[in-house]
Design a protein around this ligand. Sequence first.
Ligand SMILES: Nc1ncnc2c1ncn2[C@@H]1O[C@H](COP(=O)(O)OP(=O)(O)OP(=O)(O)O)[C@@H](O)[C@H]1O
Ligand SMILES: [Mg+2]
Length: 285
Amino acid sequence: MSTLLDVENLWVKFPTRNGVFDAVRGVSFTLGRERLGIVGESGSGKSMTGRAILRLIRAPGMVEADHISLEGQDLLKMSEKEMRDVRGQRISMVMQDPKFSLNPVMTIGDQIMEAYRLHTNASKSVAYTKSVEMLEAVSIRDPERVMRAYPHEMSGGMGQRIMIAMMLIPNPEILIADEPTSALDVSVQRQVLDIMDRLVKERGMGLIFISHDLNLVSDFCDRVLIMYAGRIVEVCEADKLHEAKHPYTRGLLNSLPRLDKPRDRLEVLQRDPAWSEAPSVSGRI
Ligand SMILES: Nc1ncnc2c1ncn2[C@@H]1O[C@H](COP(=O)(O)OP(=O)(O)OP(=O)(O)O)[C@@H](O)[C@H]1O
Ligand SMILES: [Mg+2]
């Protein structure tokens, strides 16, 4: 499988009053033309890993790595201007909270059309038609009304789908999707997953799919990295996630409610300090 992205020894550090906090600690993995899941409990470093790839960690936070290579080019060696081109065209990210990513004083339509025209130099009327089509593709009902609306008039699930539509306009080589379907109901979730799936299968896009939903990741992804306290503790084939060996992964699986084995109380995850001390497992292939 051809490697799109190669991340080696990634650290994300935040200076605090009590010293430096390491949110991501020496993570290595590769991404091919595949659906790579990242799972782990809240605070385990999933979002920071995604943002670090695009160098979107705000100061005083710092990103360090041996390299973060996009088809052989080290993103860490690029200028801020070169990075902006990468962000606009080659790697897109759907942020966990889409409300913060949309401009609150611009209509949805103006934002999508602007994104489209930036990449194609299309006329306004072509951009309008294409934008409506993009909204339809992510199952937005009444796209003409949504084009005229402002972000605060959208529900959380609509905001997520609008972001997904915008991120797919430049036809990126890599999409980093941070909890992209968590605010969606099951039927819309399926449609959004199908869109991403098609992009991977038909256009050879690489997808990093961040989620805390182990069942969803197991169904949808090809490979999964399991993160704990800023490190990868286990890597497995997605369809074998339920056979995972690491006690943390087992704990995450056992704390999921199951219809076939109902229990009065769900298990509380017991942690072992050794998990966060063990070196990060490599997710490279
Ligand atoms: N600006 C910051 N300053 C200090 N620590 C931070 C900052 N931003 C994030 N962190 C810490 O980095 C760690 C990893 O955060 P991250 O957002 O990657 O978690 P996550 O796995 O995405 O969690 P969730 O499932 O809740 O989204 C957390 O412990 C968080 O508190
Ligand atoms: Mg997160």
